[in-house]
Design a protein around this ligand. Sequence first.
Ligand code: ADP
Length: 263
Amino acid sequence: MTSTSPPPAVAARGVTHRYPGADGRTLLALDGVDLDVGAGEFVSIVGPSGCGKSTLLRLVAGLLASQVGGIEVLGGAPAEAQRAHALGLVAQDPGLLPWRDVAANVRLPLDVMGAHDPERVRALLDQVGIAEFAGYRPGALSGGMRQRVALARALVHRPRLLLMDEPFGALDELSREAMRIELLRIWEQERIAVLFVTHSVAEAVLLSDRVVVMSGRPGRVRAVIDIPLPRPRGEAQESSPAFVAAAAAVRAALRAEDVEGAA
Ligand code: ADP
């Protein structure tokens, strides 16, 4: 009997990536990274600036060609998953078109394909809580609302893997907290796999099933920490002993790198 369980969202083995340097040398950005994201799983990556988190995300997204090591996304090559519209991407900069209103920004990926699905666009605007702003231009929205638009746009093709690169990094603390809760709510409904890059340990612990802690450049996986908090989750859990212990474990793994880096 063949198994009907879905393929893992990401299975990366021994991923090493070099960029060309200005002086003819190369810069080793990632060194032998393994990464697993199960179907429907929420995994965060934390690590110091420049450790290759964005590089890893871009490799998984198929935006960068992998050089050394293997990356499978949803059971195939990253570019295949991208072509099948199975990936959604949300970056720190929402990247909205200023001359299009909210609804037109959300439906942009459909317009590009010549597709038409006003029902889907309406449902998404509702889901991310911006239905009443459908006719507004991005310039009239707060940072948090612009990120909601970017999230809705990323979900428009019903992706099976959502890649988020510091999506709330430019938001003020209150908007950031609201967006975490919103993302958790949407994830509970959709149960798509999420690979989430953040600098915030508390954010990673609140959201994730597992947190991948990376070392400084060249980026290596220093630790993978399970977050055994019950779901659905909310801010009330942030003071629970299990939350505090998980956050301490992530911080200890990050600090271990500092000590090594200083040696
Ligand atoms: P992070 O997201 O963890 O801050 P990045 O993946 O952006 O790290 O970058 C990892 C390293 O690779 C950094 O040292 C960065 O300067 C370098 N790097 C990133 N993109 C390029 C590029 N296009 N060309 C050359 N070097 C790059």
